[in-house]
Design a protein around this ligand. Sequence first.
Ligand code: NAD
Ligand code: TYD
Length: 356
Amino acid sequence: MKKTHIKHILITGGAGFIGSHVVRLFVNKYPDYLIVNLDNLTYAGNLANLKDVDQAENYKFVKADICDYESMLEVFREYSIDGVIHLAAESHVDRSIKDPFTFAQTNVMGTLSLLQAARESWSGDWADKLFYHVSTDEVYGALEFDDSLFTETTSYDPHSPYSASKASSDHFVRAYYDTYGMPIVISNCSNNYGPYQFPEKLIPLFINNIRHGKSLPVYGKGENIRDWLYVIDHARAIDLVFHEGKVRETYNIGGFNEWKNIDLIKVIIKTVDKQLGNPPGTSDHLITYVTDRAGHDLRYAIDSTKIKNELGWEPSLQFEEGIAKTVAWYLENQEWMDQITSGAYEEYYQEMYLKR
Ligand code: NAD
Ligand code: TYD
């Protein structure tokens, strides 16, 4: 059933990679909605990701921490929030290995704080309300090198502090339906790629390193497999799940697009060299095998049959096209990348919002 009567939507983590694409899609597609982007602008939050929509009439930005329960209550009250799309999180596995506490705090306690603020604000009147939690396939653990896939009924078996914190938050979200009756929906997506991804993640990091002739640190033997989806296809899926997904259901989202890391890296090198006008093979020597990530999950692969059959979603872009567009975007937006690597992006908020 379409839920277009839910019009005051709180999107958390909207200054991050996926969140900025979701904010852009909703602000442009639904001019009669109010889109409140709540983000506390950690290192991963960058308001420059939203320059093209931040003056829109139906858009508001709030700088706040989802762990701050009183502030969450205030935001629900001030903007009469009736729908939540929750993306704010600590999202990088390597950081979670170094600093698990921050992941438990933001991903578990932050999600709980937001759930409780929704429950308190909606006071048991669940009509025309929805709490949509955006999660990851990493909660299912790791697959062998075979043809198995994660489905919506695969048991949770997280291995990294990141995936353990996301799994925990998924359980809390379901508990709010089972205990209090709050309408919730969850989606679990595979690895995303595309514009505006923070350059600590494989694809933007490697594009930028090739551009600067820097080494490409391949963990272990580069044999781990990930299932890659273009970020705008994820945003389209989120739109569909938000409006047409069934309450208390889970939807897996993925591209049926598995790549061994080393093969993907070779495609990235080839594409960057081609777009820079370098002779083929110019940057191959940058590949550097380094110590493997601790607990490195072997393989992720999503079965997205359910969202296809029930909601009619399919990826719109072939991988070759998506990767060529992505490489082109990073090469054309070198300034965006330089602002991040220099730290200057953090000043954008000061200029845009504090001095106004
Ligand atoms: P990201 O790290 O690029 O962005 C996260 C955003 O959340 C940032 O803008 C950050 O400032 C904000 N944030 C962090 N802590 C906050 C807090 N305490 N309060 C308010 N805002 C806070 O992440 P992403 O890659 O865009 O991922 C978004 C969501 O999608 C996450 O929940 C992640 O688990 C999930 N996900 C990501 C992928 C992927 O491939 N990137 C795949 C599946 C699911
Ligand atoms: P990443 O983009 O961090 O996503 P995730 O760990 O959530 O899947 O990494 C994707 C894959 O690339 C993963 O198997 C780890 C590997 N990787 C490297 O080999 N080198 C790197 O420098 C990074 C960041 C990742």
